[in-house]
Design a protein around this ligand. Sequence first.
Ligand code: 5AD
Ligand code: SF4
Length: 483
Amino acid sequence: MLDLAQIRTMDKTQDENRQGEAYLHGDTGMQTHARKFYIESYGCQMNFSDSEIVASILQESGFSSTPSYSEADLVLINTCSIREKAEQTVRNRLHIFRQQKKAKPGMLIGILGCMAERLKEKLIEEEKLVDLVIGPDAYRTLPGLIEEAQSGQKAVNTLLSREETYADISPVRLGGNGVTAFVSIMRGCNNMCSFCVVPFTRGRERSRDANSILKECRDLFENGYREVTLLGQNVDSYNWADENNNELLSFSGLLEKCAQTDPSLRIRFSTSHPKDITDDVLRVMRKYDNICKNIHLPVQSGSTRILQLMNRTYTREWYIAKINRIRELIPECGISSDIISGFCTETDEDHAETLSLMEYAGYDMSYMFFYSERPGTLAARRFRDDVKEDVKKRRLEEIVHLQNKLSKISNRQDIGKQFSVLIEGDSKKSQAYWMGRNSQNKVVVFPKEGQSLKPGEYAIVRIENCTGATLIGTLSIQDLKGN
Ligand code: 5AD
Ligand code: SF4
């Protein structure tokens, strides 16, 4: 696995949260090839994971990477369509790259990912902003498309596939810390939540060959990684059978096999849909110490009426029952959520139900957004986006305010407890502190003070203090066993 020296967070706006983060991917350590590519990623972890597949495909065809777009022969942006703002950020970047192209006419600019299908004609023909457009299932055709673009042809492939999972491609780890990595286990989504553009941009759900997932986990472990996050839009509907239908594997089966890679390799997963997460998954989580006790269980709204309009296929009561079940089977489990304010027809009463559900669930963390209508979605076709922007924003502020309170409460309850922490690197604020995470995915910092610990090692840390986002502790002992 090749690691990357430079990682930089570009644009992190409050409402964008996780989806607004962009990373510049740079030097993978191989500088021997003549042609250079630069790749910038926006959106969810799935997109970052895809950029690592693209980097692998490009390296195979003779490119090396560069952390500076002005040095690149090929500039790629892996794009997100989830909210209007994410698309606007990408457009602004494209204009900057277009300026650079004026100084370096041979340079090619391409967009990858979710905006590709939606905006291909506009970006390539009307606005002439890009030379290449490649959808999320067409990355294998990138080398051929680059040649087409070099000869001045329109290079577009946005075909979605029912089979492509890139199972055999070994991702080049971009911008990582050498300790934690993402492993994609499925692609696409069949859920059709009415607000969401993903089923249209990423296509039907497919599960990746379990053998290739397990091999990737083993390879990562052998290369020093100590945590993998299994990624999919809806991991609980993972379902894979080999060609002869001999080995049928559900998500709980896959999770168990991944956990058996090594007791000191932590396993996380994201994202779970409340309608699909099963007791089997919870039992496997309970059985293995190295499966992290944290579930990202997006609720979206606390009002059953709104949930129905969102086509989430569960009610407020069903969701509460899930939370209860998690707490019953895994009392120490961290729970986080995604929440949307101001969905079509949402009233103050609906909003109050969202707040009260958040209180009930006691989320450790949430990603919070105001509703942004996306063209082509079920909601855009069926409902009017009738909640005024200032109302959406006020409700979002209330949600954020409440979440901050809940996070503080949750963190204060950890003071005096001891956790096994996987060290990821220096704390952002001070090199005198280590930064790592506990099983519940909370960030923990503690002073180095002459200890001979390294990133990738585990430490038992006693929590002495906290902020809303961080637990602050001191080392009790090094955790040699791993977990
Ligand atoms: N508007 C606002 N937020 C959205 N999300 C998805 N689509 C939209 C939209 N149209 C949020 C959901 C989802 C997360 C990834 O992004 O909360 O879980
Ligand atoms: Fe954005 Fe969703 Fe596409 Fe991820 S899958 S890049 S969040 S639109």
